[in-house]
Ligand binder design. Sequence first.
Ligand code: BGC
Length: 916
Amino acid sequence: MNYKKNLNLFVLIFSIGIASFSQSLVVNDLSTEYKTDPIGIDVNRPRLAWKIESDVRNVMQTAYQVKVAFSKSDLMSDNELVWNSGKVTTDKSVQVVFDGKNLESRKRYYWTAKVWDNMDNSSDWSEPAFWEMGLLKADEWVANWIQPDIEEDITKSEPSPYLRKDFKLKGDIKKARVYISSFGLYEAEINGKKVGDQLFTPGWTSYNNRLQYQVYDVLELLESGKNAIGVVLGDGWYRGNLGWADRKNVYGEDLALIAQLEITYSNGKVERIVSDESWKCATGPIVMSDIYNGEIYDSRLEKPGWSSSGYKDKDWSGVKLVDRPKDKLVAAIGPPVRKIQEINPISIIKSPLGETIIDMGQNMVGWVRLKVQGPEGTIVTLLHAEVLDKEGNFYIDNLRSAKQMLQYTLNGKGQEVYEPNFTFQGFRYVKVEGFPGELSLDNITGVVIHSDFAITGTFACSNPLLNQLQHNIQWGQKGNFLDVPTDCPQRDERMGWTGDAQVFSRAASFNADVAAFYTKWLKDMEADQLENGSIPHVIPNVLGKNSVSSAGWADASTIIPWNMYLVYGDKRILDEQYSSMANWVSFMTTVAGEDHLWNKGSHFGDWLFYRPNDDNSGMSAVTDKYLIAQSFYIHSTEILRNSARILGKEDDVEKYDELLKEIKQAYLNEYVTPNGRLISSTQTAYVLALEFDLLPENVRKRAAERLVENIGIYKDHITTGFLGTPYLCDVLTEYGYVDVAYKLLLQESYPSWLYPVKMGATTIWERWDGIKPDSTFQTPNMNSFNHYAYGAIGDWMYKNIVGIDLDENDPGYKNILIKPTPGGEITNAEGEYESYYGTIKSGWKIEGGKIVIDVSIPVNTKARVKLPKAHLSEVSESGNKLETIKYMISKQSNEDVIIELGSGNFKFEYPYKLEQ
Ligand code: BGC
């Protein structure tokens, strides 16, 4: 807190010193509920944020004003404002809660912001941004739920139904929106053009509790006079195969559609074209589609012009009106899935078995676009695999029952281009069968799809293996952020495994803006939480009510909201998830009973920890499952207590403080000797004890030593599974063993992060030894090559190698910690993180006996910069001696120099010896 006082003082000194400079202060990058100009939200009090730019240092916002109106011109002329905040004295520029008149369905709200700063400057009003409301009440859905009236055998994947309707416009129109959702997946077209660019809509949620709808602006797609709308449906998660063991029709047996096209004519009259019994239906070229198995597409069955007016649908069937709930319809929250990038293959391989295999050069998720020409009726089959086997043949055993197959039948009418609709594959290699003529690289293009999050992080350093590791982490995220955070994208799982999601959530938040993505998923978690507080293993829960409550998995319910609070300063997520968090803790408390030990039930434990083949070697790093359970029980309770404090729930703070004392004591009694030795002598046991603060002060140092000794026993190898891995290097760094952390990180032999990199991985593997040193595989039952969990180390790499971190006491990067920590013979590193306030940069280079550290801090934030191994008298900043710069507070702290500063770009330089 002293630090804050000091900072205020230096802000004052600096302001006086610099006030005479002329400067520009600009407000930009306005966002609403974490999105730029969202259409179709249903948040009654949306949160607004903006970024501020200035060309001088040390700028803090001192006040803001926000105006909201129904049009840009009203905004400019202050006419009929929906909200005028007036000048509010505060440094708050993110998570600003709209506090105007009640928001109305369908209305678009334009807004602008203006700020004042500590230099006595004020900005102009920003460029206006907007948000648009969806349908806030169930009875505003005048459209009906309709269902294709065709015969289906729901025991297998049936052809996709196409639904259509002609309509006529009676004059000029000024506004047109489609509000649309489905049970199953939908893709809509108007007059032959796709509506929007989203994929896998309406997304995957706890369908029986929350079904998302999307809103599209379709003004541009409409024509005067005759028009048509068409929608094709796919089985998707709703009734396709989902989960192993032949699970199908998990949510229901029948696909259904609700669509409401609202047209506003120039004279203000509104007309609605809605899904009703007048729609027609037929099947078409999508003969089969399934998330896991792929798609069979017969282009001879295409119905050209089916979504345009004038199409002859006389022989089409009708539709049935069905009674499905409208009160479960909710506006979409997360970023939509889109086509994000394309990849060209790098080679065509002829395998020893004679297979023709295309190598995309990257394990990717999405599909390939096929370009082909040949005789009618030719069938081209594309099979997808992540790896080739030791001999170089196509390997699909690890996909288990997932077929990952695209099959395209040519119509023979010239050049044909095919992309699938309702399926995705996880693959690097594509086996091509039945291709007419000579296959060339031009025939195949990789289409990468994922939730369209904004990329927020960059990382690069002098060690190419670490750069590849970071690349693999990012691709693991791309591949497994497909509307829900999945374990893997290829075998018959692809589900929202909670444990995987929680261990990766901090690293994920460096790479990309994941606030809205997790906000959505957490709502499904709450929806699927059991009455007794248990949290299912996967969210949305498709495994049933007995697959619940594993330690470290279910704790995603506390850990992820907390991480979102830390990264985005998002108190609302804590508030909205609070009862879910509390119910989870209460479940553990009930099960633990009087002795306060949560030592019942089945748990995954430290999943996939190091276990050599020869289990008698005594080297298997098994951590007692109930020790782990108690550790997470305490951790979740602590998060809940801290959340209660932040939300001002004083009674709960007291209650959970009490509980914490009891369950920590129970942990000590049961699992720790008086000298701090844990009953499980594993890296994970010690890491959890130290990271979650479970041990008395007097034995912590010794426990850290034991951890390091254990790492020594394994000759600097990591032995942790999913639960210990995320915190291992953090704990080592915290307790002064950054050198050991680097040794583990840079270890190239199994088990280690770089072993897969050395083996040619382009994504993070599920297991430390998915491919063994002799090039044979781990068991096909569980061997994904695209599982992000072990990529959790990305968090440590950003925080320590690049050196960008946050201050838990002033979260959301309002107070930034810059702490580059050279080691491992790395000579330079640089990275950026796009925070809600703007770009944070940290980069360092050791050369010629000195280190140069470049730092950028966005306006309206502060930073504490730690210069490693520096002497105050030897440090310069942008050529000036640090000691002489009055507006930065610097001090020597043991080996380091600590500087407190405000916004701006800084260049520090001082003598530095690279340790060998
Ligand atoms: C998934 C994991 C998951 C685990 C539970 C696996 O099949 O792929 O990543 O966390 O089951 O132990």
